[in-house]
Design a protein around this ligand. Structure first.
Ligand SMILES: [Mn+2]
Length: 434
C-alpha cells in the first residue's frame, strides 16, 4: 500500500520538473544570489545559523579554545591540478559560511555562557585584487557579512593563539602540534544532523541534480558517446546554478554499467544498452548523490525491466522501513531481504542480494561530503541519506542502480530526488518526450 502511494507521488512529480527543465536557461532553479559588495565572494551568510553552530560547539567544549583555518587556493602550476577552483574547508565553512581563503577562526569558551569568536582575515591587496577580484578584508564589511563582531588582521593571530585558553582544539592537528586536541570528532557529531539552512542547501543541490539527470535522459540516443551524455547532464547542472560537481560524473553504458565507480565516460553506446548515471551537483558547499539507470534507446527490454523493478522494489522496501532509530545497516538488511524474497530465478541459482550481484552498501549520509559523516549512527530527524541498491550481472553486461536522497523526518522519510523519473514507465515517458 505504501509502495503504491509513493510511486503515484513520484509519477505526479515528473511533469513539474520537466516544465522547469525545458524552459531553458532563462529559468534557473532559484536565484544566483551573491553578495553585491563582493561579486567574487559567494553568497549571503545565514548569520543566525552559523552563530547557533558556533554556540553549540562552544557549549560542548565547555572551557577552552577552538582554532579553525580556512582553505588555501591551489596553485595551478605547483599543485598540478586541473584548475585552481577554490573550495572552502568544510569545518571553516560550517561555522562561518564564508568562502574567503586564508582566514582563521578563533573561538573561546570560558564557561557555559561566556563565548568569544574572532575572525582573522588577511589584509586586502589592491594590486592582487586586479587579478582575483574583491576580497574580504579585516574591516566593517566583513563584520556585517559574517555576523562576527570581532574581525582582526591575520598578523595579530599569533599573539592571540599564544594567549589562548587551554586546551586548544583544531581540526586535523599534526603530530608536532602537541598543544592541539582533535576537533574533528566533535564537529562530525554535529554535522550528522542537518539544520534548516543545511537542508535548504541540500534540497537545492538535489533539485539541480534532478534537472541534469532529466536533461541527460532526454538527450540519450543510441550511438552517442558516454561523454556526450555527460555533457548534457553537466549542462543541466550548470545551467541550473550548480557551483561544481559533487563528485566526478559516472556515465557507464553496456559493460560499464557493472563498474561501480566508472568515470572514464569514453565508450560509444549501442542500441540495447542500459546506461547508469551516478552524478550530482554541489550547491552552497552541499552535494546531492543521485543515480538513474535507463535504456539508451528509451525502451527497457523485459529482462532489463525485471532486474530494474527488483532494484526499485528493494529501494522502496528500505524507504518504507526508514524511521528515526533505525540504522543504515538495518535498512541494508531490509533491502537485501526484499531482493532475496523476490529474486525468483532472475539471478540464476543464487538470489540477487548475493554479494556477487549487490556488492556495495545500501546507502550513506550526504552533506558537505558526498559520503558524509554519521553512517553508523541510528537515524534521526534532520539526517539526509541515500538509498542506492543495485544489481550488477557482469556476464550479461547488465548493471542497474537506483539512488535517491531521503530526508529523515519524525514519521519516516521524505524523498528529495523524486523529481527524477524513477519507475520504468516514468523513464520511458520522459525519454519519449511525452
Ligand atoms: Mn552514493
Amino acid at each position: 500500500m505504501g509502495t503504491l502511494t509513493s510511486l503515484a507521488l513520484v509519477t505526479l512529480a515528473v511533469p513539474f520538473v520537466l516544465t522547469a527543465q525545458t524552459a531553458g536557461p532563462a529559468s534557473p532553479i532559484g536565484a544566483y544570489n551573491v553578495v553585491p559588495e563582493l561579486p567574487g565572494m559567494g553568497r549571503p551568510v545565514d548569520t543566525a545559523a552559523v552563530a547557533a553552530r558556533r554556540r553549540a560547539l562552544l557549549k560542548r567544549i565547555g572551557s577552552g579554545s577552538v582554532l579553525i583555518p580556512a582553505g588555501h587556493e591551489r596553485n595551478i602550476e605547483q599543485d598540478y591540478v586541473q584548475d585552481n577552483d577554490f573550495r572552502q574547508d568544510n569545518t571553516f565553512y560550517y561555522f562561518t559560511e564564508l568562502e574567503t581563503q586564508d582566514a582563521v577562526l578563533l573561538m573561546t569558551a570560558r564557561g557555559p555562557d561566556s563565548f568569544e569568536t574572532i575572525l582573522f582575515l588577511p589584509p586586502r591587496t589592491p594590486s592582487q585584487e586586479r587579478w582575483t577580484g574583491l576580497r574580504l578584508g579585516p574591516d566593517s564589511v566583513a563584520v556585517r557579512l559574517s555576523g562576527i563582531t570581532k574581525v582582526l588582521p591575520l598578523d595579530s593571530l599569533e599573539a592571540r593563539v599564544r594567549a589562548a585558553l587551554q586546551p586548544v582544539y583544531s581540526p586535523r592537528p599534526r603530530q608536532s602540534d602537541a598543544w592541539a586536541n582533535n576537533l574533528t570528532p566533535i564537529v562530525d557529531s554535529m554535522r550528522a544532523v542537518k539544520d534548516a539552512d543545511e537542508i535548504m542547501r541540500l534540497r537545492r543541490a538535489v533539485d539541480i541534480s534532478v534537472a541534469g539527470h532529466v536533461a541527460a535522459m532526454r538527450a540519450a540516443r543510441p550511438g552517442m558517446y558516454e561523454y556526450e551524455l555527460e555533457a548534457a547532464l553537466e549542462d543541466g547542472f550548470r545551467r541550473n546554478g550548480a557551483d561544481r560537481l559533487g563528485y566526478p560524473s559516472i556515465v557507464g553504458s553496456g559493460p560499464n554499467t557493472t563498474t561501480l565507480h566508472y568515470d572514464v565516460n569514453r565508450r560509444k553506446t549501442e542500441n540495447g544498452d542500459l546506461v547508469v548515471i551516478d552524478a550530482a551537483a554541489e550547491w552552497g558547499q552541499y552535494t546531492a548523490d543521485v543515480t538513474r539507470t535507463f535504456p539508451i534507446n528509451g525502451r527497457f527490454t523485459p529482462r532489463q525491466k525485471a532486474i530494474y523493478d527488483l532494484v526499485l522494489g528493494a529501494q522502496q522496501a528500505a524507504f518504507d522501513a526508514l524511521r528515526p532509530g533505525i540504522t543504515m545497516r538495518e535498512l541494508d538488511g531490509v533491502a537485501r531481504k526484499y531482493m532475496r524474497d523476490h529474486s525468483g530465478n532472475l539471478c540464476g541459482e543464487r538470489t540477487c542480494d548475493d554479494r556477487e550481484f549487490f556488492n556495495h552498501g545500501l546507502g550513506h549520509p550526504i552533506g558537505m561530503d558526498v559520503h558524509d559523516v554519521g553512517i553508523s549512527r541510528p537515524l534521526e530527524p534532520g539526517m539526509v541519506v541515500t538509498l542506492e541498491p543495485g544489481i550488477y550481472i557482469q556476464g550479461e553486461k547488465l548493471g542497474v542502480r537506483i539512488e535517491d536522497d531521503v530526508l529523515v523526518t519524525a514519521k519516516g522519510g521524505e524523498w528529495l530526488s523524486a523529481g527524477a523519473p524513477r519507475t520504468t514507465d516514468a523513464i520511458e515517458r520522459v525519454m519519449s518526450g511525452r
